[in-house]
Design a protein around this ligand. Structure first.
Ligand SMILES: [Zn+2]
Length: 453
């Protein structure tokens, strides 16, 4: 059924039907509702005698709430989140997205149609939901989250993130933590963060500076370990190893000069056949064309049902924080992290991720990093990109006393470049604190370098 032939649900019984269950939740406490919230007989009778008061209650709790949704990239959590928030009664929603609609999005990003291909996602999604859920105002912004400053983020009650990159999450997290002013409770904006990867997903709620933040949790999503080249070349154990072998080694040897185009079916077919042959030699089953495509393009498939589950969980938390109708995740000292796994059965687990005192964003102690004092600075800089606890690609490093290495400006880079070949033990002492900044983040990370003995 297309949207044109759907019945109009904006007035009369259709509309009442739409909000019936929501009204129920808002007009009586559940078994876990805070006792102070309980409407009680007087509130109940007031609600019953005046329908308008119910709307008012509704207005106080929800209509004045500004919610910001961030979505970027392949995941497509944004469509689900936007739809859910609108249908949860939020009236003023802002959405940021930098992408335009691609034909490959249409299978799961259900707010988009063939005719929308090439148009900005934020605008099309906003229009679609405004049309279907009357009374909701959605303000789109086509651009990056980094285009906006603290003043912009201060206007919201909370921020819901469906971002696909760790970097964008870390930026948003650091910005919200940096905004907190102890003397102004309004400056603390809860951050609800959803993420999916194939059949796995998680939803978490962060109260900046009060509970564990994205940076505290950074080592939970370490970059995927690369397979050593020698494994690929000598003893492949998995079908993916055979594909990587075809991709990295066979192509170089046999088609040198041809630049590999991962969108060219002929190239993928060639790699697939090479990988298949190698897999047969080593008795490894499982190499397929689509796996070849996935490995070569480094794609993790987006699963629509994972998106739906994680988005539902995020919006549920947003609703509970806004209305206090039920206990929400992230209240200090309680569970703040829900993980979902759907590849081997269906499993969810909710726990409290502890805030870290040495978190470079929300903690006040420098985070220890164990290093080899005999390794050179260049190696240390390279390792920062891969270390799960750092993940910094263009670090600038300085100690209290001196500039160790600057990525920019060019004059400072040139001046500090000779340090790259020096041993860490020549530049720093055991246990010394260094400040590391990176152009991708608005803040400086504090680390304490511990020499490995
Ligand atoms: Zn933290």
């Amino acid at each position: 059924m297309t949207e044109e032939v759907m019945p109009d649900r904006t007035t009369g019984p259709e509309s009442q039907q739409r909000w019936k269950y929501l009204d129920t939740i808002l007009s009586r406490p559940g078994p876990f509702t805070d006792p102070d919230w309980e409407p009680g007989p007087p509130v109940r009778s007031a609600l019953q005698s005046a329908k308008i008061l119910c709307s008012c209650l509704y207005m106080i709790f929800i209509a004045c709430i500004h919610t910001l949704i961030l979505d970027r990239g392949a995941g497509g959590l944004g469509c689900e989140i936007l739809k859910n928030l609108a249908l949860s009664g939020f009236k003023d929603i802002h959405v940021i997205d930098m992408d335009t609609i691609d034909v490959s999005n249409l299978n799961r990003q259900f707010l988009f149609r063939q005719a929308d291909v090439g148009k900005p996602k934020a605008e099309v999604a906003a229009k679609f939901v405004e049309k279907r859920v009357k009374g909701v105002k959605i303000t789109p912004f086509c651009g990056k989250i980094q285009d906006k400053d603290e003043d912009y983020y201060l206007q919201f009650t909370m921020v819901v993130c469906g971002l696909d990159s760790v970097e964008a999450r870390r930026w948003m997290n650091a910005t919200l933590v940096g905004m907190v002013d102890e003397n102004n409770p309004e400056s603390m904006k809860p951050l609800i963060d959803g993420g999916t990867e194939g059949f796995k997903g998680q939803a978490k709620v962060i109260f900046p500076t009060m509970t564990s933040c994205i940076e505290c949790q950074l080592d939970m999503n370490a970059p995927r370990a690369a397979v050593p080249l020698c494994t690929l070349a000598t003893i492949p154990r998995q079908p993916q190893h055979c594909i990587e072998w075809a991709h990295i080694i066979a192509w170089e040897e046999e088609r040198k000069g041809d630049s590999l185009d991962t969108d060219d079916p002929e190239h993928i077919t060639w790699l697939y056949q090479k990988a298949l042959k190698r897999a047969q030699e080593f008795n490894i089953p499982g190499v397929t064309y689509s796996m070849t495509q996935g490995v070569v393009k480094n794609i993790i498939p987006a699963i629509a049902s994972t998106n739906a589950i994680v988005a539902a969980s995020c919006c549920n938390e947003a609703f509970k924080i806004a209305t206090n109708a039920n206990p929400f995740l992230g209240f200090p000292g309680t569970n703040n992290y829900m993980m979902y796994t759907g590849d081997a059965g269906v499993y969810t687990y909710t726990f409290e991720h502890m805030k870290k005192d040495d978190c470079p964003v929300c903690g006040n102690l420098a985070k220890p990093l164990v290093v080899d004092p005999d390794s050179i600075l260049q190696d240390f800089i390279d390792s920062l990109a891969e270390r799960p606890e750092a993940q910094l690609k263009k670090p600038t490093i300085r100690s209290e006393e001196k500039s160790i290495y600057y990525q920019s400006p060019p004059a400072l880079e040139q001046q500090t470049r000779p340090n790259l070949t020096k041993k860490l033990s020549e530049l720093l002492t055991d246990g010394e604190e260094v400040a590391i900044s990176d152009p991708a983040f608005a803040i400086t990370f504090k680390f304490k370098l511990i020499f490995k003995s």
